[in-house]
Design a protein around this ligand. Structure first.
Ligand code: 13P
Length: 243
């Protein structure tokens, strides 16, 4: 398993359902991932179909997946197992993204099983949590995050083997980010007040771009970012990697 404690910042591109062979060619032609600071870990999570193609072009970056099956093997049409991801060089895998929770109705228990499968294969799960705008307005953010985290964390989890990503749902793809103070406070709450994830690495996601990445990553309690839209633009993601 990769030693994540060696890294000061972890910067993850989540391409979601985007890309093509032509896109990959052009992207890696333009992406500047040379001379990254040694303590920066850059990760690309393409759609599973492009994992092999991506791996051959990554150079100093690491490969991640966007999801995995909760099953090991068998009659589960369309699924991809953690061991298949491992064989295809995935070091990280996002689980429990809000789009999986909302569109595909995944619950904390599903996410916990997926994360456990990944840990068995020595892949680092990036477990996503986040509140809706409605929950935020009702001042339920802390409560919602705690409930998600505690119930999606696999039993053999540790701060060396699991990463948490805080992605407020209202900030995803909307151009609205949480304020710097809000981000830092919520990360502090997660790291210090929830003993199950004490001192875990916590990434922030939700409308991160090349303009705001540096100030977000400089916050004391932020260990990196999970980037959607801006990670599809090679020039922007190059800047974020160097922010
Ligand atoms: P955007 O950066 O497009 O807001 O998406 C964030 C996200 O969902 C990353 O996982």
């Amino acid at each position: 398993m990769l030693e994540i404690k060696e890294f000061n910042k972890i910067i993850v591109a989540n391409w979601k359902l985007n890309g093509s062979n032509d896109f990959l060619e052009a992207y890696f032609e333009e992406l500047d991932s040379k001379n990254l600071r040694l303590n920066v870990c850059g990760v690309i999570c393409p759609p599973t179909a492009y994992i092999q193609n991506c791996y051959s072009k990554l150079h100093s970056l690491y490969l991640g997946a966007q999801d995995c099956s909760k099953f090991k093997e068998g009659a589960y049409t369309g699924e991809i197992s953690a061991s298949m991801l491992k064989e295809n060089n995935c070091i990280f895998c996002i689980v429990g993204h809000s789009e999986r929770r909302q569109v595909f109705k995944e619950n904390n228990e599903d996410i916990k099983i997926k994360a456990a499968q990944l840990l068995n294969e020595k892949i680092i799960p990036i477990i996503c949590i986040g509140e809706t705008l409605e929950q935020k307005k009702m001042h339920k953010t802390h409560e919602v995050l705690k409930e998600q985290v505690i119930n999606s964390l696999p039993p053999n989890s540790s701060k060396e083997s699991v990463i948490i990503a805080y992605e407020p749902i209202w900030a995803i793809g909307t151009g609205m980010t949480a304020s710097l103070e809000e981000i830092n406070d919520i990360h502090e709450y997660l790291k210090k007040d929830i003993k199950e994830i004490e001192d875990y690495k916590i990434l922030y996601g939700g409308s991160v771009n090349s303009k705001n990445a540096s100030e977000i990553m400089n916050l004391e309690n932020v260990d990196g970012v999970l980037v959607g839209g801006a990670s599809l633009k090679a020039d922007q993601f190059s800047e974020i990697l160097k922010a």
